[in-house]
Design a protein around this ligand. Sequence first.
Ligand code: XAI
Ligand code: MG
Length: 555
Amino acid sequence: MNSRSRIITEGVQRAPNRSMLRAVGFGDGDFQKPIVGIASAHSTITPCNMGIRPLAERAEAAIREAGGMPQTFGTITVSDGISMGTEGMKYSLVSREVIADSIETAVMAQSMDAVLTIGGCDKNMPGAMIGIARMNVPAIFVYGGTIKAGKYRGRDLNIVSVFEAVGSHSASKMDDEELRGIECNAIPGAGSCGGMYTANTMSSAIEAMGMSLPHSSTMAAVDPEKAESAAESGRVLVEAVKQQLLPRQIMTRKAFENAIAVVMATGGSTNAVLHLLAIAHAAEVPLSIDDFEEIRKRVPVLCDLKPSGKYLANDFHHVGGVPQVMKLLLNAGLLHGDCLTITGQTIAETLAHIPDAPPADQDIIHPIDKPIYAQGHLAILRGNLATEGAVAKITGVKSPKITGPARVFESEEETQAAILGGKINPGDVLVIRYEGPKGGPGMREMLAPTAAIIGAGLGDSVGLITDGRFSGGTYGLVVGHVAPEAAVGGTIALVEEGDSITIDATTLTLTLNVDDATLETRRAAWQPPAPRYTRGVLAKYAKLVSTASVGAVTD
Ligand SMILES: CC(C)(O)[C@@H](O)C(=O)O
Ligand SMILES: [Mg+2]
């Protein structure tokens, strides 16, 4: 079982290595046991990760009891919610690569036999899965857990309530006292942002892919079942080591199709497109941005979950969660049941215990014949503004098409000032550019401006396009991941104030209504901007990162 770690534990010349391992708790009988890394993203910099240490400790004890030698090491996290709207958000997507690289570095450097990764905030999930996919040593993912609702004056609150309250307050629709009350009560404790935002989207996608335990992706961080699930994950992983069950036997093309289907059915975050492309790239599984459209067309939206729906992920959990949705999709022929999962069972075997009857509560998970939307919500748009693609949520919007004058902003900050300053008019199409993977760099999430638009009551009348990203909490007629990005000369760089732009969610097109000759003249005159960073993490990232249309990958 220690096929990898024997390189550091066996033979006379490994006496020094064993000597150091003895200091960290190895005894004579332990050197033949599998060394199982626990990549713990415990951190007190964000509520998403502040409950992880007890999960790591339960997993550690379970691994030891099951015959493994656990070795806990740390990975980082950054908080999207805390960095949102600032220059610091440029480090968010970058942290996905740092997490993947740090897990790969620790596990490969010390020839570990397996790894259990625990993550909470948004980028922890894809970062862990990219690392796991690259290494292809037995692995399992453990989610830190979702947060419960905050409560104020009879309302359920979550982080997006606060972002939207800022918009309402700036539009004089909310007074200081109400805003403060929402701020002080929206986040009740440990756990990741509670709607079907990016963290819960990615945890659900990983469960759908068979790389975490059933029901684990929607458990609340503070509920005892989460720690028990972490311990069970440790036991399951030691068994997977015995069977040499490798991630790439589980993370197959069909598994990615299952993950995309569940993201569509649950109304998940646009970030799932970027992250699943990047994880597939790491697993060397062929997956293109156009595959999302293929699956969107055939998979309905079944779950009424925030941001555009009513409920939180933990409400979803209590009516059956991801397994319940997967059962509905499997019975409708929209899921591959023969995919293997980390427990050694197939998807169909895993779901066999769920009754075929429709879910008891049909308010949160709708029956397959009464979907909220007949087709998925995450659409890939193309057009002269996005020849490599762009990503939009196209459901929940009053008008699926908008043509309006471009309001051009070279950064998120400029945009936010215009929105909060009442300078945006119904019918405008906001263009936020030079916020892409290279141009930002770091492809910031634009939750602050999109929430401010909603809060100001402009959600049904204003369009927004960007080469940056959106948060899972974003909704409205907004298009992100526009590629090619402005910094590499994409057409978005050529837009001028007042140009006519059409966003059409029916034809899935993004069009700059300017004639080709004019565009060619503008293109000839365009100059690439000087890089915003020339040293450190962001400079390195900007040099390495690919286009968003293949996942903004760095290798
Ligand atoms: C702050 C949020 C809502 O967590 C956002 O970062 C997301 O991507 O979902
Ligand atoms: Mg986020």
